[in-house]
Design a protein around this ligand. Sequence first.
Ligand SMILES: *Cc1c(COP(=O)(O)O)cnc(C)c1O
Length: 449
Amino acid sequence: MNKSQLQQHDREHLLHPFTDFHDLGQQGTRLITSAEGVYITDIDGHKMLDGMSGLWCCNLGYSRREISEAIYEQLNRLPFYNSFFQCTTVPSIELADLLAEVTPAHMNNVFFTGSGSEANDTNLRIIRRYWDLKDLPEKRIIISRNNAYHGSTIGGASLGGMSGMHKQFQSLDYIEHIQQPYWFGEGGDMSPEEFGIYAARCLDEKIQELGPDKVAAFIAEPIQGAGGVIIPPETYWPEVKKVLDQYDILLVMDEVIFGFGRTGEWFGSDYYGVKPDLMTFAKAVTNGYFPLGGTMVSDRVADVIKSKGGEFTHGYTYSAHPAACMAGLATLNILREEKIIENVRDNTAPYLAKRWAELADHPIVGEARSLGLVGALELVKDKSSRARFDDKCTAGAVCRNMSIKNGLVMRATGDTMIIAPPLILTTGQIDELVEKARRALDDTAMAMA
Ligand SMILES: *Cc1c(COP(=O)(O)O)cnc(C)c1O
């Protein structure tokens, strides 16, 4: 099939995730056909620097044969066996071991799933099981944040705080949402530091309002990813930690994006110095080569759910899929052996911070923020009032298209442009990324004038 035939069949048979089917039918799809290193190429031969690591997952880029060969060899040796009914496989044991090693010291057990959404569903099951076994069954409510993303199953989407999603399904009724730490969008006249404290105090208020004896857990991404790379003010996490320390409430860190090195530390929890009770992971754990997710369980929780009898009636056919576990092992071994995360922390993150900050001088950029290897640009019509161009987020959509045209994949979340490039990005490629982003901003400014 040629390009237009492929697009035609796509239109006729393929329902895409998070897509306006009607619009897509008119515009047609972008067909990505190959990739090498940190670049992807479409069917027209247009090569782009992938500033989003696929969908926050290909942190080592697209050319790691160690991972694909590990999967292939496992598929030939033992393509599948489950871990139900007292069975297990070698790759799943080895990956569990390795995860216990690289995650924070107090986390030594893992429950494998097929995705991040499933892992958050698993968290809901573990949280309830934990409090039931502790004879505190009235602890049921889970607090999350507005504009959080925790996946797209009913559990994941209920935990998430995106209003557009909530309009299209019936949310679980034991989940509450509070203020997000989004200073640029919602900080008003407060300084970032004041606003960070304020947003953390909202958690305390909510706990008091609901009653601490009713609250089971608080779930958060260390930095909101899909919500628009919302890097909380520096005062936020220390204050949240103080709040949580006062109450007997579990902390679930959703590390699906920030796990495995994106901040320059192994986990966002390490970066912010918080000690979660449960930690969701997925995406980069296999470098996107094979579906795998899971949740790391702290000793505090594991001791309870492992020592009391009775079956935990939960699991997925593909929990601990052997080929997925081999992909995870190969990926984590590369991260360790090549000191990828140390290189982000010591070299490329500081370099990106410096180069990315230069974009703040652009006439349509209200804020340029970055941390580790993520960045965001707030597109505005007026820098001092932070006013947007319109309420339809036209500028973001235009900038995304301009960026792709200029050979850089940036994503638009409303009028916030975001990047999360592969962790193997070199300083030369950071220069390329920033130059292409600037050109996209110039083109956007012209188009919006
Ligand atoms: C992507 C994502 C998820 C969902 O993971 P899937 O594998 O798409 O189910 C959950 N939490 C966060 C923070 C994510 O970014």
